[in-house]
Design a protein around this ligand. Structure first.
Ligand SMILES: [Ca+2]
Length: 141
């Protein structure tokens, strides 16, 4: 990188930082949105809105009733039951989501490390989940 290019980059970076500082200064402190970075390793992370937004919760291994998952203040009935729109399977195992509590009804498999919005037919539908110990599914997202 030439000196001129480096200087331009520095000026640009300073401008971006100033802009971000301005945004942070005007945003209400209590309105911190959940972001994808909230999802730590070895967890199945769940968001109520598209693109990792809205209410956020995590689970691992077995979650037989998503009514019991915390953090769904803005979901109907304030539970994650029928309220999940985006997920990140931040684990090395496949996770299976079920349409009903108690691992009942139809299911969809989420591949290890898959992150995204659930298909439209699964929006606000999942009600329980479990990790598949035997690893991979042939038809996971
Ligand atoms: Ca359901």
């Amino acid at each position: 990188m030439s000196k001129t290019t480096a200087r331009r980059f520095t000026v640009l970076a300073a401008g971006i930082l100033a802009a971000l500082g301005g945004i942070a200064a005007t945003a209400p402190a209590e309105a911190a949105p959940s972001t994808k970075s909230s999802c730590t390793q070895n967890l199945l992370c769940i968001w109520s809105d598209r693109n990792f937004d809205g209410d956020f919760t995590t689970t691992s291994r077995k979650a037989p009733d998503w009514n019991d998952l915390p953090g769904a203040a803005n979901c109907p009935d304030e539970t994650f039951n029928d309220c999940a729109t985006a997920v990140w399977n931040n684990t090395v195992y496949t996770y299976r989501l079920y349409e009903n509590v108690g691992y009942k009804g139809k299911h969809i498999d989420i591949c290890a490390n898959w992150a995204g919005n659930l298909p439209p037919s699964w929006n606000d539908r999942a009600s329980s989940s479990k990790m598949l110990r035997d690893g991979k599914s042939k038809t996971c997202l």
